[in-house]
Design a binder for this molecule. Structure first.
Ligand SMILES: [Zn+2]
Length: 270
């Protein structure tokens, strides 16, 4: 029995040590993730297929094609070889969208009322991609694993991890709850998804000023009418943070442009 406890302790330490090596992209925030990416991707794929089976997926319309076009353009920037990107428009009047692990994105038709142009659609898609890229779901699963501590670890040690992992995954993604899939992430993860998302849309060549217009549109009439915000806690602070991100990207872009033109001028002089 003593050996068993020792084994669990060692396993727990290894898991924590492994977890500390994760960093969110762009923000470089340290993350505690106790779930392998292959487990996460497999669960994401399974859940996505089940969700699509129960949904009315719209195929071949201008909007459905546009969502795929924007999605793949941003995915190209992300360049994640182990992700199998899919972008689907689903008939649902909620103003919402979500992304499951491995790059499985769903946009509800309701969001088309708010996203007024291609750049605003890119804003919502890149925000969702950012959640998947930063493995926010797996991070939530890990927090719930830590909360359940010894019990889960014991189950891993006993080799019966799958049902518990699946359960934690479902809870983390809000599956089967009144929220549908996009359960509120913490404020930290939401801000991070905003920040990463805006960087991604910028890298993909979209107009980041439209990101602000989109989130301002979304924040209007949010009470009871805007499901995205019922799962995405929002405030003036959030809009303020988005402005900061946009301004910092603009500043560094103009610095780069200046540097480039200086280089060109320098070359000419030489
Ligand atoms: Zn979000």
């Amino acid at each position: 029995m003593n050996n068993f406890i020792k084994y669990i302790f060692i396993l727990f330490t290894i898991l924590l040590f492994t977890a500390c090596t994760h960093k969110a992209p762009i923000t470089k925030r340290n993350q505690m993730i106790l779930m392998s990416q292959s487990q996460e991707l497999a669960l994401g794929e399974k859940t996505y297929n089940n969700t699509l089976k129960k949904s009315k997926v719209i195929i071949g319309t201008v909007y459905a094609n546009k969502i795929k076009e924007i999605g793949f353009r941003i995915a190209k920037v992300v360049n994640k070889k182990n992700y199998k990107w899919e972008f689907n428009l689903v008939k649902n009047k909620q103003k919402n969208a979500f992304c499951l692990p491995g790059g499985k994105v769903v946009v509800y038709t309701g969001i088309l009322q708010v996203a007024k142009n291609e750049h605003q659609l890119a804003t919502v898609i890149s925000h969702e991609i950012a959640h998947a890229l930063a493995r926010h779901g797996a991070e939530r699963v890990s927090s719930s694993m830590i909360a359940n501590g010894v019990q889960i670890i014991s189950n891993i040690a006993l080799g019966s991890k799958a049902p518990h992992l699946t359960k934690s995954f479902n809870i983390a993604y809000g599956l089967g709850t009144q929220y549908g899939i996009h359960l509120p992430y913490g404020r930290l993860q939401e801000n991070e998804a905003d920040e990463i998302g805006i960087h991604l849309m910028h890298q993909a060549g979209y107009d980041i000023n439209e990101a602000l217009s989109f989130w301002v549109n979304m924040s209007k009439g949010k009470i009871n009418t805007n499901e995205f915000f019922s799962t995405h806690p929002s405030s003036k602070t959030r809009i303020k943070n988005i402005k900061k991100v946009i301004n910092s990207i603009k500043r560094s872009s103009s610095r780069n442009t200046k540097q480039n033109s200086n280089n060109i001028i320098g070359k000419k002089i030489k």
